[in-house]
Design a protein around this ligand. Structure first.
Ligand code: 5GP
Ligand code: MN
Length: 342
């Protein structure tokens, strides 16, 4: 755990400030929940706060309280740059390094003259003036909860804040099932319910928001699934053509990789998604047990993340990407064999 210059930050925030909060590119539930949760808290403390996101996020996160105040750097570029220009500090949430916001935002942030404060649970964070980094945490939302408690303000957590933080903890823990879910996570969740988070509604808003075409896309993805039992590995592919055929929308492929991991005996799962616009194959990697997909993504696919959930990309064609992926597996056969032994 790294907690850097917290007292100084607390002192800095004792006067009303102009604050910008930024989440990572392709924001997920934890990015949206943590940035908005922190925003509601800062607003209550008398600060002026603007949440910026590099690009769009899925529809099933748009109901989160405060979502209508978020500005998108790609769409509302002038307003976003103005917000940064008049800010006293920028909070970086749910990412560990500036390149995770995408080239445009990164270039802008690199010219930023005031200080950054990082709150994040990803491995190997870059160095910033103020830091609260803890890779043992289930989610950045759990850390925002801790941050508010460290500020001495647990009592200020209201229904809006509780709803935002509950959402991100829920999505980043796969609904409280991943290893990162501790008894402390559950105690925090209990406190958030006491403070007004309506757990049944939050689950439903996020998980029962499928469109018909999304389920058909899922059907296609599942029928594309390949299993490599000798490596306890399963992977899924989705081409641009398939995405188009099923009216792909942002977020439609979220969680699909978990179906591959749900196969009995599988400890390593991947999904490869063609993105013609960016000219890449985007991949999501998941594992069970000791096999680190973070390391695998860092070593071979320009990515990273956590031990059991990571992402990366390839500039090769789908075919070549799959060939590369398969060619790497023999090296890990032993590791995969024992990754998740009871
Ligand atoms: P997902 O597969 O759900 O997109 O991402 C899983 C985890 O890996 C998340 O914590 C996410 O932040 C991280 N991640 C996904 N893609 C990348 C990437 O290209 N680079 C890095 N460093 N992390 C990634
Ligand atoms: Mn997260």
């Amino acid at each position: 755990m790294i907690l850097k210059h917290f007292k100084e930050l607390q002192e800095f925030l004792s006067q009303p400030k102009n604050i910008v909060i930024i989440g990572h590119r392709n924001p997920d539930g934890d990015a949206v929940g943590s940035t908005l949760g922190l925003k509601h808290y800062f607003d209550k403390k008398g600060h002026t706060t603007q949440v910026l996101m590099p690009n769009e996020y899925p529809d099933f996160l748009h109901w989160i309280p405060g979502s209508d105040t978020v500005k998108r750097f790609d769409r509302q570029n002038t307003q976003s740059i103005k917000a940064l220009a008049k800010s006293d500090i920028v909070f970086l949430l749910d990412f560990n390094a500036l390149h995770r916001v995408g080239t445009d935002v990164q270039n802008t942030l690199e010219k930023y003259e005031n200080d950054f404060a990082l709150i994040d649970h990803h491995q190997q964070p870059d160095d910033f003036k103020y830091m609260y980094s803890d890779t043992t945490m289930s989610s950045t939302c759990q850390m925002v909860y801790n941050f508010i408690v460290m500020m001495g303000d647990n009592d200020l957590i209201d229904k809006n804040i509780a709803t935002c933080l509950y959402t991100g903890i829920m999505t980043d823990t796969g609904s409280f099932r991943f290893r990162s879910t501790t008894s402390t996570t559950h105690r925090i969740i209990a406190d958030l319910i006491d403070k007004g988070a309506e757990n049944d509604r939050i689950h439903s808003n996020v998980h029962d928001a499928n469109s018909y075409s999304r389920l058909l896309l899922l059907g296609q993805a599942l029928s594309n699934m390949k299993v490599l039992p000798e490596y306890k590995t399963a992977f899924i592919t989705l081409t641009e053509e398939e995405k188009k055929r099923f009216n792909f929308e942002k977020g439609d492929t979220e969680g699909v990789v978990n179906y591959a991991l749900s196969l009995k005996g599988i400890v390593f799962a991947a999904i490869f998604i063609e993105d013609v616009e960016q000219g890449i194959i985007k991949m999501s990697l998941r594992s069970k047990g000791k096999f680190s997909v973070n390391q695998f993504a860092r070593n071979y696919f320009n990515g990273g993340g956590h031990d059991n959930a990571a992402g990366g990309k390839s500039l090769e064609s789908m075919e070549d990407t799959i060939a590369t992926f398969k060619s790497l597996l023999p090296k890990y056969q032993k590791e995969l064999e024992v990754s998740y032994e009871a």
